[in-house]
Structure formats: C-alpha cells, structure tokens
Design a protein around this ligand. Structure first.
Ligand code: TXA
Ligand code: MG
Length: 382
C-alpha cells in the first residue's frame, strides 16, 4: 500500500465542508421567515457551544459565545491560534458593551456614538463577565459592534456577546467571502452564515483606551485623524515584532501586530518597481501574480519597463505564467478587493505575488500595514 504524504499544516479536507446558510436579506428589506429561521439556527448552534462563521463589514469572524470558555477554546483550536493572542468581543451596541468592562469612560461613549456600529474596536479594562481565555489572561478586553445587519440581528436575537477573530487559519489572509472561510477552516466550523462579500475588506481599527493618551494598536478603516477629531491626541502603536513583545512574553499590547500576518501562501514582494520584479521572477520560471495599483502596469505587459527604463521583453510562455490583477488607485475600493485578490491568486497556484506599492499617503496607512505584514519573510516571528 502506498503511504500518502502528510504535511505539518492541518490539511482542510475539501470533502468535509461546513454547512453554509445563504441568508437572502437585502439591507432595509423585511427579514423573510426563511432568513429568520437561518439566524435562529445559527443562534442555537452558538447557544449549544458551537462555532459559527459570521459576516461583518470588515472580514468574516469565527464566533462563539464569549462567556462560554469551552466554546472560546474551540475557536483557538479551529484557527491554530496561539493562546496568547486575545479575541475581539462583538456586541449589538454600547449598552451591551458596558457590563463587559470595569469602566466605560466618556471617550468610549463618544467613539461608540460616532463609529458604532462600525469598524472600530476599543480596548478597555474588562469586567468579571469576560473569561480569561478571551483576553489571553490580560486585564483588558477588545470590543466592537459590527455593522452587518445580519450579524447585528443575530447579536440581538442571542442577547449575548460573541468572541470572534477573523475566520481563517492563524497567520493566513482574512476571509472576505463565505467561500474563503470554508477553504481555510473546512469542517472545523459548524456553520457559515453567508452574508455576501464584506464591504470594507480589511480588519477593524483597534484603539487602546485603557491608557492615556489613547493608543492606536492597529490601523484600519477608521483613520487616526477621524479618531483624533473625537478624542484629541492619539498615539500610534509604536509596537512591532522587533520590540520582542509577543505571545511568548505574556499578553503583548496587541499580539496581532506581529510582523508576519495576513499572509497568502505565495511569497509576496511589495515594491515600487513591480515591472522589474515581475520580469525577474518570470525569467526564473515562476508563476507570478501581479497586483497593480490603478493603471501603473502596461495594458498588455509583454514588454516590461522597470524604473531604470530597462525594457524586458516577455516571451509568450512567460506571459502565460503571469496573472495581472488591477486594483483601484483609491484606498477604500482597494481595501475592499485586496484580500479577495490575494485568495484568488493563491487559488490559481502562483508561486509569488508582486504588489505595486500604493501611494504613501495617510489614507493608505491601513493598507500599507497589511501589505507590509503579508510581505514579511516567513522566518520572521509569526
Ligand atoms: O474587523 C475585525 O476586527 C475582525 C472582525 C471579525 O471583527 N476581527 C479580527 O480579529 O480581525 P482578529 O482576532 O483577527 O484580530 C484582533 C486583533 C488582534 O491583533 C489581537 O491581538 C487584538 O485585536 N486584540 C484583541 N484583544 C486585545 C486586547 N485586549 N488588547 C490588545 N489587543 C487586542
Ligand atoms: Mg486575524
């Protein structure tokens, strides 16, 4: 009998796919009886301690009832997530957040009023209602109220908070569709609620309000200047993997800020001179994905001209190994499409992804953050 090769990464069996409920509920329309039944089913799986993938406006989350430690432990197992990396707790609104924190400062009220429901996560001292496993033993809890009407309805129906990290294997690209969740987690999630593609496409902004001045831990759709308009001064995180903070040294200020994260399977090269990088990689025989920003790449890249003006002719055979994807030169639309494009290139089996560096402007900060992490070499701490 021939032995099959076993890889260290837990393989996702394509035969064991989770149940997916497509909830057809356009925003603003009344909830149909069928959709209501789907949400009730998701609520009952969660109440029984199961895991449900939920749509949010940022990325899909892998949810469990936050006050059920055994269910939350199952999230860590399903993701292969280090126990030192705490989870975000999702609530219906600010009133549902208050019992979960030791204090609810005026700054939290103002931010919730301005940005909830929405892509802002606030870190605050936790109350005893939050189990240790959620916060990785830390004294603070991260809270957000997601702006997806289906998940908002689920939270109201449940009347319980949901702990939910992004619904992907730890370290991989976050999912922005139900299909991405199924491909990454397979049968380790009981049920997927399919709420369509995520509108924002990158993870929420995380701000730490447990210190003064407040500290931006993860840039995201809500910008530093939007936060400063409400709070006054906000400090940029100042924490990176190079500080040595991480799961191994107790709860870091935000362990998700580790260098390599959000990474596709293919090697990523982020560069100002994408034409040179693409030509170099094609000449080595690689299958290359190229994520262009706007119209920087030539319409039909058979002659690639790099920054130094060196024109490299691309042979027919090499051109067949190049997959060119153009993303809009506007940060909101770029963010919406980015992860889906990374997933698509991975699925197409490219060995490398060359990414044209987007403009160096404040409005692109969260995207630069994700691209830099995706491009971090594999031997950096992950
Ligand atoms: O948009 C989002 O935030 C998505 C959706 C599902 O809500 N969730 C998400 O979760 O991105 P996750 O687990 O992939 O990222 C959560 C980040 C991590 O960097 C984690 O370290 C940080 O938030 N975090 C969680 N609790 C924290 C805490 N108490 N203090 C500091 N950072 C915390
Ligand atoms: Mg994540």
């Amino acid at each position: 009998m021939e032995l099959q090769r076993v890889t260290a990464e837990p393989a996702v069996s394509r035969c064991l796919m989770p149940e997916t409920l497509h909830v057809d509920w356009p925003d603003g329309a009344p909830l149909s009886a069928e959709s209501q039944a789907s949400l009730r089913r998701a609520a009952s799986v969660l109440e029984a301690g199961g895991l449900v993938a939920i749509p949010t406006e940022t990325v899909y989350g892998l949810a469990a009832v936050a006050t059920d430690p055994a269910a939350v432990e199952a999230i860590f197992r399903a993701k292969g997530r280090p126990a030192g990396n705490p989870l975000i707790v999702h609530v219906a609104d600010a009133a549902a957040a208050v019992p979960l924190v030791a204090e609810w400062p005026a700054a939290a009220s103002r931010l919730a009023e301005e940005f909830w429901p929405g892509p802002l996560t606030m870190v605050l001292p936790r109350s005893s209602q939050i189990p240790d496993v959620v916060t990785a033993g830390g004294r603070t809890v991260a809270l957000r109220s997601p702006a997806h009407h289906m998940t908002a309805e689920l939270l109201r129906m449940l009347a319980r908070p949901l702990a939910a990290p992004s619904a992907n294997r730890s370290g991989q690209t976050s999912p922005t569709t139900a299909a991405h969740v199924a491909a990454s987690l397979g049968a380790s999630v009981s049920l997927i609620l399919d709420g369509g593609p995520c509108e924002r496409g990158i993870e929420s902004t995380v701000i730490d309000l447990s210190m003064s001045p407040p500290r931006l831990l993860r840039p995201g759709p809500i910008s530093q200047s939007q936060l400063e308009a409400v709070l006054g001064h906000v400090v940029m995180n100042g924490l990176s993997a190079s500080t040595g903070d991480g799961p191994s040294s107790g709860p870091a200020r935000s362990p998700g800020l580790l260098a390599r994260h959000y990474a596709p399977l293919a090697e990523v090269e982020l560069t100002d001179d994408a034409a040179e990088a693409v030509a170099r990689r094609l000449s080595r025989g690689e299958r290359v994905g190229w994520i262009d920003c706007g119209e920087a790449a030539p319409a039909e890249p058979t002659d690639l001209s790099g920054l130094l003006g060196v024109v490299t002719p691309i042979s027919e055979r090499e051109r067949e190994r190049l997959l060119l994807k153009r993303l809009p030169a506007e940060p909101v639309a770029y963010a919406r499409a980015l992860y889906a494009t990374l997933h698509e290139l991975d699925e197409a089996g490219v060995e490398s992804i060359v990414i044209t560096r987007p403009p160096q402007e404040a409005s692109w900060l969260a995207i630069h953050d994700r691209l830099t992490r995706a491009a971090c070499p594999r031997d950096e701490p992950a």
